[in-house]
Design a protein around this ligand. Sequence first.
Ligand SMILES: [Zn+2]
Length: 259
Amino acid sequence: MKLTATKTIYASLFSLLLILPITATASEEAAHPEKAKWSYTGDTGPAHWGDLAPEFISCKSGKNQSPINIDTYIDSKLPGIKMDYSLLVAEDIVNNGHSIQVNIRSGGTVKIDDKKFELKQFHFHTPSENMVNGKSYPLEVHFVHVNDANELAVVALLYQPGQDNLALNPLLKNIPMNAGDSKRLGAKDVELFERSKTLKNYVRFNGSLTTPPCTEGVRWIVMRAMPSISRKQLNVFQQALKHPNNRPIQPLNARMIIK
Ligand SMILES: [Zn+2]
């Protein structure tokens, strides 16, 4: 039961995360055609993001940055989060060179702090960005939501090594293998999760986007249950991305992780 629920959550989350980054990127590029190029290695890698452009300043001066190592947390009996993806319609799946992202047209919501957030996109990182007790995992998906006030909420799911995860297969067969490529998604291609569910067993904290401009004020929800992914399935992500796309762990500073 736990596994099935987790798979459902995965699928749902994926869809959520993608839309926001794409919108921001599109508008920024229109305004600044020479927009700073960033990457995961060398002179344009994570250690230099904050110096690549004035608008990336949070990447080096922020105090609430993501990802983090989740080791200790405060048990405060957080309420369940109502997730409703029952009317989810996906747009496409994109290999943008930084990640594999599924853009969502409409139909996915979560309710956090009595506010309604809409799923914009979901995308993958390999290996995981957040760690648990100092341990890294092979894959992490970020479901990115936004509300009317332009606040962000990310629901994250980490995968552990194991058996084939059947819920991932429809997406895997559609992953564009080259940067810049995209593919339209049909209704059946995102049937990888329960369409509506109350999320329990999670931790939350205040964090940021894990890619430039590293914007803070993001509500992070990390699910504690971890679905499996097989070596063969992971290979597809790795071959499409051609490089690791995880930002290193950031200091927790004054933040608390709440369960
Ligand atoms: Zn992400």
